[in-house]
Design a protein around this ligand. Structure first.
Ligand code: AHR
Length: 547
């Protein structure tokens, strides 16, 4: 995203705007103002570009109750004839999740995809060593594809680069995508799937830099394996979109070096590189400070820019005309159910693992993370909220119902309202300080953080604009002035909703499912200049008709 500082300032036309000189924030369009309401300049004709709907994807791993009793529960009164939970499928269809990553995650690095295809009675029960869980293989690739079709989602398949060879990974592509007449495509046909699955997006392994990963590799080893496998896969199907494993977090000692070395080996053979990040309000990451916690989406902005810089560096080295996109294929809040019994399946089938309970403050941060993805959508081609059901998820099941956790709402707003192109938004806001003292190095910042975070999209054919606003101020309502430039003007407010509440720790339960839920917010009249009053600690979604 090209940003001209003089144009920012003159566009905002504000007296008293102070750019925190050299601040990271000016890179993403934020300026600091000494006092007064925040101002966001939106120029609907000046979009960052059409974004890929895959920006709002999600993830289902064979982990805990994500698959079994999450989306698949044969025998349940809520199950369809093929065992899929119909209430869960309805929620996901209504959400409109565009793409779902599967089957892992750490699970994939020990997974033999052949165990999960063919007659169910003959499929083995195996011990998954990533999560110490019994895997019955009653749900596998073909069931996943059927399920995806039933919820109108595209599959994003992960490959085992841990215990499996390149040959086994390549065979998986042949099994899924070749029509007929070869060993693996004919095997699929004997399994009752005459038509190929035509899976376009594939992850070449998962977090292969992590010491916890089954079959972890060194960067160059991994890069060479990815190059070799990718070359073969492209012979099988020329339309594949292949994603190399990037660093599994900014805290990795090899962060950025891993990405550079991997790409030096396989840049020409891949289309994207993965980024992962999980956030938490912990002593190490935020010192338990909620104001710092709500600034963590800016850490995601930074990670995106850093990995993009590495991609472009390798591109320049290789004199390549190809620009890689980023696949932020695991992101979410995850810090409570992250160790001990919450991550050890004790050799049970479908144990309760990673069942994070999300509160209001988590939902506000997830809103901020969505803002970050939107404003970086010129570079991020795919992103997956990790995960979708039961495991660090917006949706949770019991035997009789499905519950929307707090983080469901910002995610649903993005899916329902953000369409078309992301707008280039310039924001002036008062700021608050955050301090690096005592924090984990990758999150340690002495920085000024804007109270207000804004992202916007425009659906030109539908004449609609959508604006998402985060108020990080925990104590006070804040005014935000939306100033519209160009000849596209809001003519009507179609909807204005906010997520807020007195208790940042409030959570939804099956007994009280709407403790954290959107409320209507009184909007200003539509026009060139709209003054919103954002409640303290809130995330707001506004939909506007434009003329
Ligand atoms: O999403 C949970 C786990 O987090 C995934 O299995 C792994 O890729 C990551 O470390």
């Amino acid at each position: 995203m090209y940003i001209d500082r003089r144009r920012v300032l003159s566009g905002l036309g504000s007296a008293g705007a102070l750019l925190a000189s050299g601040s990271w924030l000016d890179v993403i369009g934020y300026a600091q103002v000494a006092r007064g309401p925040a101002r966001a300049a939106l120029e609907p004709r000046r979009g960052i570009g059409d974004f890929d709907r895959r920006l709002f994807g999600s993830f289902l791993e064979h982990l805990g109750r994500a698959i079994y009793t999450g989306i698949y529960q044969p025998g349940s009164p809520l199950a369809s004839h093929d065992g899929f939970r119909t209430d869960v499928a309805r929620e996901i269809r209504e959400l409109g999740v565009p793409i779902v990553r599967y089957p892992g995650g750490n699970f994939v690095s020990g997974y033999n995809w052949l165990d999960g295809v063919g007659p169910k009675a003959q499929r083995p029960t195996v011990l998954d060593r990533a999560w110490n869980t019994l895997e019955t293989n009653q749900f596998g690739t073909n069931e996943f594809i059927d399920w995806c079709r039933s919820v109108d989602a595209e599959p994003l398949l992960g490959m085992n680069f841990g215990t499996a060879t390149a040959e086994q990974a390549v065979a998986y592509v042949e099994y899924c995508n070749v029509e007929r007449g070869t060993k693996w495509s004919d095997l699929r046909r004997t399994h009752g799937y005459a038509r190929p699955h035509d899976v376009r997006y594939w992850c070449l392994g998962n977090e292969m830099d992590g010491p916890w990963q089954i079959g972890r590799l060194q960067a160059r080893e991994y890069g060479r394996k990815a190059r070799d496998a990718a070359r073969q896969m492209r012979v099988i199907d020329g339309r594949l979109r292949l994603i190399a494993c990037g660093s599994s977090g900014t805290n990795m000692p090899t962060y950025l070096v891993w990405d550079r070395e991997v790409l030096e080996e396989c840049y020409d053979q891949v289309d994207g590189i993965s980024l992962h990040a999980y956030y938490g309000n912990t002593p190490a990451l935020t010192a338990g400070n909620t104001a710092r916690y709500l600034a963590m989406n800016l850490d995601m902005d930074r990670q995106i820019h850093e990995i993009a810089a590495v991609c472009d560096y390798v591109r320049a080295l290789r004199r390549s005309s190809k620009r890689l996109w980023l696949s932020f294929d695991e992101w979410n809040v995850w810090y409570r159910a992250r160790g001990g019994d919450a991550t050890n399946g004790q050799r049970q089938a479908a144990p309760r693992l990673l069942e994070e309970v999300y509160n209001l403050e988590d939902a506000l941060l997830v809103g901020g993370l969505i803002n970050t993805l939107v404003r970086n959508s010129d570079r991020v081609g795919v992103a997956c909220l990790a995960q979708l059901v039961n495991v660090i998820a917006p949706l949770v099941t019991n035997d009789t119902a499905v519950l929307r956790q707090s983080i469901y709402y910002p995610y649903a707003w993005a899916l329902h309202h953000a369409r078309g192109q992301a707008l280039d938004v310039r924001v002036e806001s008062e700021t608050y300080p955050i301090s690096a003292a005592g924090l984990q190095a990758d999150f340690a910042r002495n920085e000024q953080v804007p109270w207000i975070d804004v992202a916007a999209t425009r659906d030109a054919p539908a004449n609609q604009v959508c604006v998402f606003m985060l108020n990080r101020d925990l104590a006070a309502e804040r005014e935000v002035v939306l100033e519209w430039g160009g000849d596209v003007r809001p003519s009507r407010v179609l909807a204005c909703e906010t997520l807020t509440g007195p208790d940042l720790n409030a959570v939804n339960t099956f007994e009280q499912p709407r403790r954290v839920a959107p409320q209507r917010l009184e909007p200003p009249a539509a026009g060139d200049r709209m003054v919103f009053k954002l409640p303290a600690r809130s995330y707001t979604s506004v939909r506007l008709a434009t003329s």
